[in-house]
Design a binder for this molecule. Structure first.
Ligand code: GTP
Ligand code: MG
Length: 258
């Protein structure tokens, strides 16, 4: 920790600055506290330098987002072949909401407070040049066994046969420890050839410090599964737009380099 010793005009502020090596990325963290009422107001400003450098690649602007079709098998996908970036995760983790947040269109993908809403593979054509793909969720225990098998078959068919899939974002709820279904799925993806990243969703439901702590705990939980692999990690919120720029910049970069 490097004491900053900064002194704002109206408050005495105790602050510190640290540079952390966090899961393969360099993070600049500035934390401070100032008296507020009887307690302290904590400031936490964290900048992931890796994501900052990614942003230098250019911010992606979405000018057009169009629903291009639903399918249960890869041979039913939209005819026009374009690179694909897909979103997966447990039912209700916020895949469809994140797609709406990224595209800036509230009703592009259907969302619901009840798990199991997305039952098909949905393709959204972006800027006429690539697809965002919304996948059904896994791990919804209350679903009848037959339904679960059906969704599992749809997901497996897509992941095993989609040659245009450039990247898979695996979404995890940032509020909780990794659940069995998360760990099992990530184990499978890590053992496959599919390039993937992690997105910790619903980031608005916690403060930044608690969120960061939970994400780090989750990554530690995943270490044995990842076997040295260091996927890119993002925090997101479909409510506040947290992570939007970083995720879009990352997609921009990977579409340019693939
Ligand atoms: N507060 C908050 N709520 C969210 C966020 N993302 C999603 N939700 C809510 O979580 C619920 C599920 O969101 P969906 O986007 O439908 O989740 P999904 O992963 O697509 O779910 P399935 O299609 O059922 O697999 C909805 O009630 C959303 O409003 C978020 O970032 N913050
Ligand atoms: Mg959905």
């Amino acid at each position: 920790m490097i004491p900053l010793g900064f002194e704002p005009k109206t408050h005495s502020l105790e602050g510190c600055c640290s540079i952390q090596l966090s899961y393969g990325t360099v993070r600049l963290t500035v934390r401070g506290a100032r008296p507020r009422g009887k307690g302290l107001q904590i400031y936490d400003f964290s900048l992931n330098l890796h994501h900052f450098l990614l942003s230098l690649h250019g911010i992606m602007k979405i000018t057009e987002a169009i629903f291009a079709g639903s399918s249960t098998r890869v041979d039913q996908r939209p005819k026009e072949r374009l690179p694909e970036v897909a979103f997966i995760g447990r039912s209700n983790v916020g895949k469809s909401s994140l797609i709406n947040m990224l595209t800036g269109s509230k009703k592009l993908a259907m969302t619901s407070a009840t798990p199991g809403k997305t039952k098909l593979v949905n393709h959204f054509r972006i800027n006429g040049s690539w697809y965002l793909v919304d996948l059904p969720g896994y791990g919804y225990a209350k679903l009848p066994e037959k339904e679960k098998e059906k969704l599992q078959a749809i997901i497996s068919d897509y992941l095993n046969h989609s040659e245009e899939l450039k990247h898979l974002f695996v979404l995890v709820d940032s509020r909780h420890d990794m659940q069995k279904a998360d760990v099992e799925f990530i184990t499978e993806v890590a053992g496959s050839t599919i390039p993937f990243s992690l997105i910790f969703t619903k980031g608005d439901k916690m403060g930044p410090v608690a969120r960061e702590r939970q994400i780090e705990a989750n990554l530690r939980q995943l270490e044995p599964v990842l076997d040295g692999a260091k996927p890119e990690c993002f925090a997101s919120s479909s409510e506040t737009g947290l992570g939007r720029e970083e995720i879009l910049n990352y997609i921009n970069k990977l579409l340019k380099t693939n």
